[in-house]
Design a binder for this molecule. Structure first.
Ligand code: SF4
Length: 219
């Protein structure tokens, strides 16, 4: 399943959770997955529902157009943290400000992974915290009238079960009351962390999640 991804990659876990929810809600026929480029793009050959690959950082523009024309469809905006919080930040802020009907899933591994691990705004360096403080989406969207905002981690059973609950809630709210729904998933990238899959998950549990709180911020 999702064999193009590296062993231990969080994208695989995220997509398996999303696939489960689509199956449980029986919405495969009306789902469209919009993917950003880079490691996200590796998923496109594996999904069993409609999908489209977008220019870097432009997923929310594509999905707004799609959702405007096909109001009954479930349109997933799937991207990495570099696309969401740097290259596509303008789209993100204004989609949230308008409380657009959007189902946004952000894979946060702190890096542009496919191109070798250049840092994104979410990167933190515990050895050099003055320079690299990270970026917290909950601070930016604080006060926005959005539908749902949560962060979860794809590291161990307890965290993955919680991630599934957050994703399921975001899907449900998006499909019933609409509005802007975002789930950020702290995601291991063992290849660019240059550690084993287990160590990458431990890094998230032991240090990264201390700054990036696992929490529902808007529910
Ligand atoms: S480079 Fe990182 S994010 Fe990309 S597929 Fe490998 S583990 Fe996943």
């Amino acid at each position: 399943m999702y064999d193009m991804l590296c062993p231990g990659c969080g994208h695989r876990t995220a997509m398996m959770l999303i696939d489960d929810i689509i199956k449980q809600k029986n919405i495969k026929e009306k789902t469209m997955l919009a993917l950003d480029v880079a490691c996200c793009s590796l998923l496109i050959d594996f999904v069993a529902y409609d999908s489209v690959m977008c220019a870097h950082g432009r997923v929310l523009d594509v999905t707004k157009g799609y959702k405007t024309m096909r109001k009954d469809n479930v349109v997933i905006s799937y991207m990495g943290d570099g696309a969401a919080y740097s290259i596509g930040m303008e789209e993100m802020v204004h989609a949230a400000r308008r409380n657009d009907d959007a189902l946004v899933i952000v894979i946060n591994n702190g890096l542009y992974s496919m191109t070798g691990g250049q840092i994104t705004p979410t990167y933190i360096d515990t050895q050099n915290s003055n320079e690299y403080k990270g970026f917290l989406i909950e601070n930016l969207l604080n006060g926005f009238e959005i539908s749902y905002l949560a962060r979860a981690a794809l590291t161990d059973k307890e965290n993955i079960d919680n991630a599934k609950k957050c994703l399921d809630k975001a899907f449900t709210k998006y499909m019933t009351t609409g509005g802007f729904n975002l789930v950020e998933l702290l995601s291991p990238c063992p290849t660019n962390y240059r550690v084993t899959a287990q160590k990458a998950a431990e890094m998230i549990n032991d240090s990264i999640s201390k700054i990036y709180k696992i929490k529902e911020f808007v529910s």
